[in-house]
Design a protein around this ligand. Structure first.
Ligand code: 5GP
Ligand code: ZN
Length: 112
């Protein structure tokens, strides 16, 4: 999508600190980290939010989680949190599906 900031990051039109890339997904460090390690994993295809996941595109979600586990193992962390804010009330500010991966500190539950 032409006016989507995360589509532009995935195509490297906008620079980011890349963590991982393959044909289907792109991972990069969050600009405003909320943990010692905080990166985002996104599908390269534009999907606005978790609300737009369906039988036709859900393979990408499994793939994103496989990438998250691979990167986590490579970096030596075995405890991390994956978050996807869906919709404004839940705190979503960029409407291109993304999974926050947070690691490196103690975390509380429930989230605020
Ligand atoms: P959301 O609020 O939608 O759950 O998460 C969006 C995240 O994207 C935020 O944590 C924000 O810091 C991050 N973000 C927004 N714009 C950019 C950007 O241009 N580059 C990077 N690396 N992160 C961004
Ligand atoms: Zn997009």
């Amino acid at each position: 999508m032409s006016d989507c900031i995360f589509c532009k990051i995935a195509s490297e039109e906008i620079p980011s600190k890349k963590v991982y890339e393959d044909e289907q997904c792109y991972a990069f460090y969050d600009l405003d980290p909320q943990a010692p390690t905080h990166f985002l994993v996104i599908p390269k295809a534009h999907i606005a939010s978790a609300l737009d996941i369906n039988e036709g595109n859900s393979m990408i979600v499994g793939h994103c989680f496989a990438v998250i586990a691979k990167v986590a193992k490579e970096r030596g962390f075995d405890s991390y949190r994956v978050v996807s804010n869906c919709g404004e009330q839940a705190g979503q500010s960029v409407f291109h599906l993304h999974f926050h991966v947070l690691a490196g500190r103690d975390m509380t539950w429930p989230p605020g």
